[in-house]
Design a binder for this molecule. Structure first.
Ligand SMILES: NC(=O)c1ccc[n+]([C@@H]2O[C@H](COP(=O)([O-])OP(=O)(O)OC[C@H]3O[C@@H](n4cnc5c(N)ncnc54)[C@H](OP(=O)(O)O)[C@@H]3O)[C@@H](O)[C@H]2O)c1
Length: 292
């Protein structure tokens, strides 16, 4: 099987690239601005588009992780967000259509308004910020294909070259004993998931020829303050990390956030009852064991 991972310099894509390579699949990963030694440059919006693949590697499946993921930045840079998230997906979909390629599109719980989450696959989306609106529009384009998976995820954590994700960032600060204060919303809830689990789940779904929408989430359900407190609780030396619980309203983030967000994984777990999910505790313990 030939797999192309678009956005493999990022958190989710890098885990997919590593895991699929471990599984001895033929896999290529791409970056846009952040060059890594495991990825090749690819910009769906450039005039050369997919030419970089030549005829030596025609993918059977594309995992599309590419999007503008800074939610507050999207709110103020709508055209850029549209181009990177919607227009680029349109071009990826056209390529898949022309070559009969399966597309796995990575989406988000931000397509929901957060009034009554966590959400199932069947609930009606109602995004309240630019990022969520563009992700939903991209989902709609992907649904024009015969063979697609839309994998919705949220609040992803894990090992990452840039340590951008919240937990990796906290661990970096703890390790370096940096004095830092975080004001964290006690009213924004989500279902955090380990990026390595997403890669393992996608591997199963693709191998089994599954189609349609799947929520990929864990059974953890935390607000941002609880999540940070949990990480901190494992480290007696983390005194320099100051955590304040505050409301989302007082944070004044540029983009509106779904408050009761998160995703229910009943569909996936019903189809894969033996799948062992990582939770936040297990991930931190593993990190400590491996020497943070
Ligand atoms: N992380 C989360 O908590 C989370 C939650 C819900 C949904 N998601 C979705 O999951 C996907 C992956 O997220 P992530 O956290 O791994 O994001 P990330 O770390 O920001 O990585 C995004 C990746 O996509 C590349 N990229 C960005 N725009 C692109 C475009 N238009 N065409 C091709 N490549 C592009 C980036 O390249 P460079 O970095 O090299 O420029 C990077 O490799 C995204 O679609 C995101 O919306 C993530």
């Amino acid at each position: 099987m030939n797999i192309l991972v678009i956005g493999a310099s990022g958190l989710v894509g890098s885990h997919c690239l590593n895991y699929f390579a471990q599984k001895q699949l033929s896999v290529i990963g791409t970056h846009l601005k952040f060059e890594t030694d495991k990825t090749v440059f690819f910009d769906p919006l450039s005039k050369d588009g997919f030419d970089f693949l030549n005829n030596n590697f025609i993918p059977d499946t594309i995992i599309h992780c590419g999007a503008l993921t800074n939610v507050d930045y999207c709110e103020e840079n709508i055209v850029e967000s549209y181009n990177l998230t919607v227009k680029s997906t349109k071009l990826v979909v056209e390529y898949c259509k022309s070559r009969n390629i399966k597309l796995v599109y990575i989406s988000t719980d931000y397509i929901f308004d957060g009034i009554n989450g966590p959400y199932t696959e069947n609930q009606v989306p109602n995004p309240t910020n630019v990022y969520g609106k563009h992700k939903l529009e991209a989902e709609g384009i992907v649904q024009g294909l015969n063979d697609y998976i839309i994998a919705r995820i949220t609040n992803v954590y894990g090992e990452e070259e840039r340590s951008k994700n919240f937990i990796a960032h906290l661990l970096t600060l703890i390790k370096s004993k940096t004095d830092k204060t975080f004001n964290l919303p006690y009213d924004q809830f989500a279902t955090p998931i380990y990026a390595g689990d997403i890669a393992r789940m996608l591997y199963l779904l693709i191998s089994d020829g599954k189609k349609g929408i799947y929520n990929l989430s864990s059974t953890d359900y935390y607000n941002r303050y609880q999540l940070a407190s949990k990480v901190k609780s494992y480290f007696s030396e983390a005194d320099d990390l100051n955590l304040n619980a505050i409301s989302t309203q007082s944070l004044q983030q540029k983009a509106k956030r779904p408050l009761l967000g998160g995703l229910l994984n009943n569909k996936f777990i019903t189809e894969y009852p033996n799948f062992e999910l990582t939770n936040v505790d297990a991930f931190i313990l593993k990190t400590i064991k491996n020497g943070i």
